[in-house]
Ligand binder design. Structure first.
Ligand code: ZN
Length: 327
């Protein structure tokens, strides 16, 4: 897990409209493979100084013949490419195709399907599926720290009991049976969200989550759940007595995130185990967190975030189980 402090300045400042990119502009931006190489280089090395994508050393240089690879690091004494040490590692696909896949994924509301990517890019569907997982990896496992004020709330995600096959029903009464608990936090200042699949909603679990993602003592707003009792600098609205908003004390921001998450989840994924759900929640929150940025800035963010996220096919299969991922 990497820890990042999300700064307010990362939000497009005072922008009424984010700037998109048309398909025509994309074909011009990435007219040749060299255009793509220049674009990826500028993201990794904005000052023009080459740094190793494996060890980070800036004692690296361009290899004239580009053989066996375009760059070499004097510190770790190895050759590398623009894919080395990133989620694109070992991919034989041209960078141009990666840029297009990132574009298509970011510009589809719920993410692009591997079937569509397979048709649009002319790659095998299995290749498209793996590309999408590598791109989404850019949003996975981020552990942000919010300055607040923050809103915290929990929800339950999962199929309705009555829709499940009889053998899979748990018949344990009403309530969140067969569903997975997710706890989320939204920073009121930046609008950024972080959410985590949790095994239970005890005070220990929920307060642990809060303390992990707020700077110490940042103001926190919750509902009246006793699980948050004792949390420093917390104010609660008591839904049980019909109270939902008391001046600044409400959890409407994080609740609207839940409703978006559930709508999207229903539309795309029909069943996800808790493990798969965490990945989905990460990607959904990550996409939400950059939704107001210009498309090009979003694409650059994904490329930069893929560094250090080497994803092996066998790990991915073991981790997510291809069969239950509908896209
Ligand atoms: Zn190195």
């Amino acid at each position: 897990m990497s820890t990042t402090t999300v700064r307010a300045s990362q939000k497009a400042p005072g922008k009424a409209h984010r700037e998109g990119i048309s398909v025509l502009q994309m074909t011009e931006l990435f007219a040749t493979e060299q255009h793509a190489v220049d674009w990826f280089e500028a993201i990794h090395w904005p000052t023009g100084e080459i740094a190793c994508l494996r060890c980070g050393s800036d004692d690296a240089y361009r290899v004239k013949s580009a053989k066996p690879m375009p760059y070499r690091c004097r510190t770790c004494r190895r050759y590398f490419s623009l894919k080395t040490g990133t989620a694109m590692e070992d991919s034989k696909l041209p960078l141009r195709m990666w840029a297009w896949a990132i574009y298509l994924e970011l510009t589809s509301l719920k993410g692009v399907s591997s079937m569509k990517l397979h048709r649009d890019l002319g790659v095998r569907q299995a290749t498209a599926w793996f590309m999408l997982h590598r791109i989404r990896e850019a949003f996975a496992g981020i552990a942000p720290l919010f300055e607040g004020p923050v809103e915290v709330d929990e929800t339950y995600v999962g199929g309705l009991e009555r829709n499940k096959h009889r053998s899979k029903r748990q018949n344990l009464g009403r309530g969140p049976v067969g569903k997975t608990a997710v706890v989320g936090m939204k920073d009121r200042t930046t609008g950024q969200v972080v959410a985590r699949v949790v095994p239970n909603t005890t005070a220990c679990t929920l307060q642990g989550f809060v303390e992990e993602h707020r700077v110490p003592n940042a103001p926190v707003y919750t509902d009246g759940s006793t699980a948050y009792d004792g949390l420093p600098n917390r104010e609660a609205v008591h839904h049980s007595v019909g109270e939902y908003v008391r001046d600044m004390v409400h959890t409407n921001g994080v609740e609207s995130f839940w409703s978006m998450l559930k709508r999207a989840h229903k539309g795309v994924y029909h069943r996800l185990s808790p493990k798969h759900l965490q990945r989905y929640v990460d990607v959904f929150a990550g996409r939400q967190n950059i939704r107001e940025w210009d498309t090009l800035a979003q694409m650059q963010h994904v490329v930069a975030a893929m560094v250090g996220r080497r994803l092996m096919y066998r790990d991915l299969i073991a981790d997510t189980g291809q069969s239950s991922l509908a896209t």
